[in-house]
Design a protein around this ligand. Sequence first.
Ligand SMILES: C[C@](O)(CO)[C@H](O)COP(=O)(O)OP(=O)(O)OC[C@H]1O[C@@H](n2ccc(N)nc2=O)[C@H](O)[C@@H]1O
Ligand SMILES: Nc1ncnc2c1ncn2[C@@H]1O[C@H](COP(=O)(O)OP(=O)(O)OP(=O)(O)O)[C@@H](O)[C@H]1O
Length: 286
Amino acid sequence: MKRSIKAPAKINLSLDVLHKREDGFHEVEMVMAQVDLADRLDFTLRTDGKITVEMSEGFLPVDHRNFAYQAARLLQKKYKVKSGLHIYIHKYIPVAAGLAGGSSDAAAALKGANEMWGLGLSIEELAVYAAEIGSDVAFCVYGGTALATGRGEKIRLLPAPPPCWVILAKPPIGVSTGDIYKKVDAGKKRKPASPAIVKALEAGSFTDVCANLNNVLEEVTLPMYPEVTRIKERMLDSGADAALMSGSGPTVFGLIEKEAKVHRVYNALRGFCDQVYAVRMIRHEE
Ligand SMILES: C[C@](O)(CO)[C@H](O)COP(=O)(O)OP(=O)(O)OC[C@H]1O[C@@H](n2ccc(N)nc2=O)[C@H](O)[C@@H]1O
Ligand SMILES: Nc1ncnc2c1ncn2[C@@H]1O[C@H](COP(=O)(O)OP(=O)(O)OP(=O)(O)O)[C@@H](O)[C@H]1O
């Protein structure tokens, strides 16, 4: 038996840091939405009880450091599963990009292991295990569009953004999420963006989504990597309705309502950085 599951990338429409917690993590409020740039995970059962991971890209670890391995191993241990699993990851999402590629792989592996081993766990149960792997994994288990609170693991589903195009542009640098959180001024008073984004989504207003995009981590990443600011400027100058850095960066996304503008923005970015994608928001879990 073979099963394939898609693992879509996410973007942050908002990211507010509320304060630093005693466990070292930051209390956040953020609206996340999935886009249709996705990895694909193929699962096959192994009779020897081993969990093995293979990836289409050669440079990532395939041992216990891989989030997909960690996800399957977690369920295997919790439910004393005798069977093993082989996971082949077709990697399409850029790595260390702020697009939650690894987290989405972990979420897909939780779902794949659940199905392949016949565990019968619900999405809610999988989301609890997800939080043991990483802060973004619970969101990736639910998928779609959601408000995430706590350290990112408390999920409230929201209506998908109004139909639009999303241009993703990643400069050739990788950013460590931990390093960026370490440098953020967690005590600074700021007007949070997430409530306005939630309202805009509930009202189905593309204009209000664009007007309220905000990511507090830009305060740290933009001064460190000036190319991120240049990409944002280029997105807006070439016609994107709004642009923002996703997660801890360095990927910048631009939102575009009118299809006629998509090529212009895409081409303007292609001349500037090597990884550029024109994608759509995912309107429901696919
Ligand atoms: C930047 C975002 O991707 C936005 O969606 C997330 O907030 C981070 O999610 P993630 O990559 O799944 O994060 P994790 O793998 O759990 O944590 C990586 C590191 O980021 C920091 N971290 C993460 C989440 C959070 N709410 N507060 C933090 O301070 C911690 O130092 C942690 O060691
Ligand atoms: N399946 C995986 N895919 C990608 N990275 C993985 C995977 N498993 C482990 N990793 C490790 O996770 C690190 C972060 O990768 P990832 O692509 O998830 O970052 P990210 O997009 O910035 O995540 P986030 O937006 O959640 O902060 C990589 O440097 C890699 O070593």
